[in-house]
Design a protein around this ligand. Structure first.
Ligand code: GLN
Length: 471
């Protein structure tokens, strides 16, 4: 029996190297857990049917001495990433039968590293949501408490790892969709710097905010998976060449706390208490915590919920029944569009398309969209100026603990509050990571959210590794 619960990438790598077990044994161990657990948890929408071929490639790489840390590592993939010849539906009915015709950049990277792509995971439709309840493929349950949501939108990707149905997974994060679900399931979730990981082959939600990142049980696992997918790609015009990226420099071990921001309405008392404890732990191990002032950060959520739907409405215009996926027949062209989109998109997606179309309409785009774009620059400048005096900024990851099904789904504004601490990062394009910071008496997890300057993921890993020893 392989101890999947305590398995890390490095441990698996060593065991495979020593021959304690084969890649095939390792994959089988995960498949067994999936077979038992997935019917209830619904982390995966599909397990890929080409695992045997993938295992062969990984074993061959091992034999030829070409193994990387990721070779043979069972990895779960969010359903909005194109894997050649497999369906990628973005959790939507409109793409239910859409088969990808090429590999996303991140998938190419993983394949060349010899990783095993186990299957595609459930998600909020087109990554819009914080609970995975907007998926067209049913709810995903939180493996830590099946009456609660796993967070979202990468709910399937975190549930897969949390139930030991994958060693690591890929998620995407537009406003918090890796970090909040990681926090809800007691995992580590990294959203890299905008431009660090190519978006080529990722089904777009809001292109100026989307970024693919890694999920794992430990900081090191998230780091290894990030290293495998990180890189320049000419197919993404916003991908940043390696030489233009900021180089690591020594840390000052000084972390900023945005005191005013933490007084925002709607944050659970227990979350603030846990955050206070995390601060004390960091101080104990030699970090200096300083108060910082970020007067504009409170506008992030409002700015996000203007820019994001604007981009959503234009990105999702391509699903017109002509080019991808579902097409509902009608006698007039316009009716094909309308019927396809009406049948294919769920409520939340339709809400955001309407909102975005309104925001971008003549007579309103100056008042809404252009104002939000200007505010975005101001928020980004404010965050960047703070980084001249601190290495990182910390907050809780989510203002609430994992909530129950149906608790927020009928109240979009309450659901949007989930993104309070995570959206500023996407607005500014900086990297951030959620790491487990303890549990309630009932076993519900808290997350600590660390933000760093652009391309300084190394700071997140360093602080994360120091912190995880204490929890
Ligand atoms: N919860 C946020 C939203 O609904 C974030 C989604 C995401 O990061 N993809 O927009």
């Amino acid at each position: 029996m392989i101890d999947l619960k305590n398995l890390t990438i490095e441990k698996a790598h060593e065991s495979l190297k020593r021959g304690d077990y084969s890649v095939s044994d390792l994959v089988d161990a995960y498949l067994e857990v999936i077979k038992k657990g997935n019917p209830d948890i619904n982390a995966y929408i599909e397990i890929f049917d080409d695992l045997k071929e993938q295992i062969k490639i990984a074993e061959k790489m091992r034999k030829e001495g070409k193994a990387t840390l990721m070779t043979g590592i069972p990895t779960a993939i969010k359903d909005n990433m194109l894997v050649d010849s497999h369906i990628a539906s973005a959790g939507s009915n409109i793409l239910k039968n859409y088969k990808a015709t090429y590999d996303a950049f991140v998938i190419k990277q993983l394949k060349s590293a010899g990783a095993i792509l186990l299957g595609r995971t459930n998600m909020d439709e087109f990554a819009m949501g914080s609970s995975t309840e907007t998926s067209a493929y049913g709810n995903t349950k939180n493996p830590l408490d099946v009456n609660r949501v796993p967070g979202g939108s990468s709910g399937g990707s975190v549930a897969a790892v949390a139930m030991n149905g994958a060693l690591v997974s890929l998620g995407s994060d537009t406003g918090g969709s890796i970090r909040q679900p990681a926090s809800f399931t007691g995992l580590v979730g990294l959203k890299p710097t905008y431009g660090a990981v190519s978006r080529s082959g990722i089904i777009a939600m809001a292109s100026s905010l989307d970024q693919v990142g890694s999920i794992g049980k430990t900081v090191r696992d998230a780091e290894i998976l990030f290293e495998a997918i990180n890189g320049y790609d000419e197919l993404d015009s916003t991908s940043v060449p390696k030489e233009k990226r900021i180089k690591p420099s020594p840390m000052r071990k000084r972390i900023g706390i945005p005191k005013e921001f933490l007084k925002s309405k709607g944050i659970d008392k227990s979350v603030l208490e846990n955050f206070e404890e995390s601060c004390q732990k960091l101080e104990k191990i030699g970090y200096e915590l300083v108060d910082i002032s970020l007067p504009l950060i409170k506008y992030s959520l409002a700015v996000y919920y203007i820019i994001m739907p604007a981009e959503v409405s234009s990105n999702l215009a391509r699903y017109d029944g002509m080019r991808y996926g579902l097409s509902v027949e009608a006698s007039k062209l316009y009716d094909v569009y309308a019927k396809t989109r009406g049948a294919g998109f769920g409520r939340e997606v339709r809400r955001r398309i309407l909102l975005g179309t309104y925001i971008l309409s003549h007579g309103y785009y100056d008042a809404y969209y252009n104002t939000a774009v200007k505010s975005r620059s101001a928020i980004t400048a404010e965050l960047n100026s703070v980084f001249s005096s601190v290495d990182a900024i910390i907050t809780p990851t989510s203002p609430s603990l994992p909530f129950k099904f149906n608790e927020k789904i009928k109240d979009p504004l309450a659901m949007y509050m989930s993104d309070l601490f995570t959206v500023p990062v996407n607005i500014a394009g900086i990297p951030a990571m959620s790491i487990p910071s303890g549990k309630t008496k009932d076993g519900l997890p808290f997350g600590l959210h660390i933000m760093a300057p652009a391309f300084r993921e190394d700071i997140l890993f360093a602080i994360g590794k120091d912190f995880e020893k204490l929890v």
